[in-house]
Design a protein around this ligand. Structure first.
Ligand code: GLP
Length: 221
């Protein structure tokens, strides 16, 4: 997390203006590092990867709420964009694609799902996908239910930036911590050909990706 924090700080110093941000437990310490630093995002833009469909931004499990709580309330950006889970699909897809077109991402922070998903792009998502509505897989619902009171409370759909949009970022940092990510890390770093069955392997097509893992997540490589 400290390494990722340093890369973000360095990018900002070198003129990066648009930061693609992620939620989940993985980037929490990165955000903590940023909060406790003198980093100033007041001239920068943030664009988040995804949001649950049906959750208002004030809902405690919404990704907007997560970002406010873990970063934005302490380190405000000039503008911050998170998909709006209350918009209908057509409206949201157009709105978010316009945002991405207007603000090309300089540095994208990514976590990874146990099944190799990035953002909410589940296995089988076309590599040329743009922002879209996703039906979450059982594996993702199981992994994310820990944040909800009951499994039934986990939303079944999300809006997610597409894989082609993620690949447009100039630089990408992917973080994976803990042994439950070990297989996904192995599939990514030992992959030779990108395959839509493992969404993260689209990163093999990108020229500037840094993957940061802890020992447990690296135990199969
Ligand atoms: C969710 C998010 C992803 C995140 C993944 C891993 O499904 N949509 O962006 O990378 O979970 O989450 P965690 O960091 O909590 O393991």
């Amino acid at each position: 997390s400290i390494k990722a924090y340093e890369i973000i700080r360095e990018a900002l110093r070198n003129g990066a203006k648009v930061f693609g941000l992620a939620t989940g437990s993985t980037p929490e310490i990165v955000y903590e590092q940023l909060i406790n630093s003198d980093v100033d995002f007041s001239d920068a833009i943030s664009i988040n990867l995804d949001e649950y469909v049906g959750l208002a931004s004030t809902h405690e499990q919404s990704y907007q709420y997560f970002m406010d709580k873990h970063l934005f309330q302490y380190k405000p950006f000039k503008a911050s964009f998170v998909p709006n889970g209350l918009n209908d699909e057509e409206t949201e897809v157009v709105r978010y694609e316009n945002i991405l077109e207007e603000h090309p991402i300089d540095l994208q922070l990514l976590g990874i799902g146990q099944n190799g998903h990035i953002a909410f792009n589940e296995p089988g998502t076309p590599f040329d996908s743009v922002t879209h509505k996703v039906e979450l897989t059982e594996s993702t619902i199981q992994a994310n239910k820990r944040f909800f009171e009951k499994e039934e409370d986990v939303p079944r759909f999300a809006y997610s930036m597409g894989l082609s949009s993620i690949l447009k970022a100039k630089k990408i940092i992917l973080l994976a911590f803990g042994e439950e990510k070990a297989q996904a890390v192995k599939d990514l770093v030992t992959g030779t050909e990108p395959t839509e069955e493992i969404p993260s392997t689209i990163l093999l097509k990108h020229q500037n990706v840094t993957i940061i893992v802890d020992e447990e997540a690296a135990k199969l490589i």
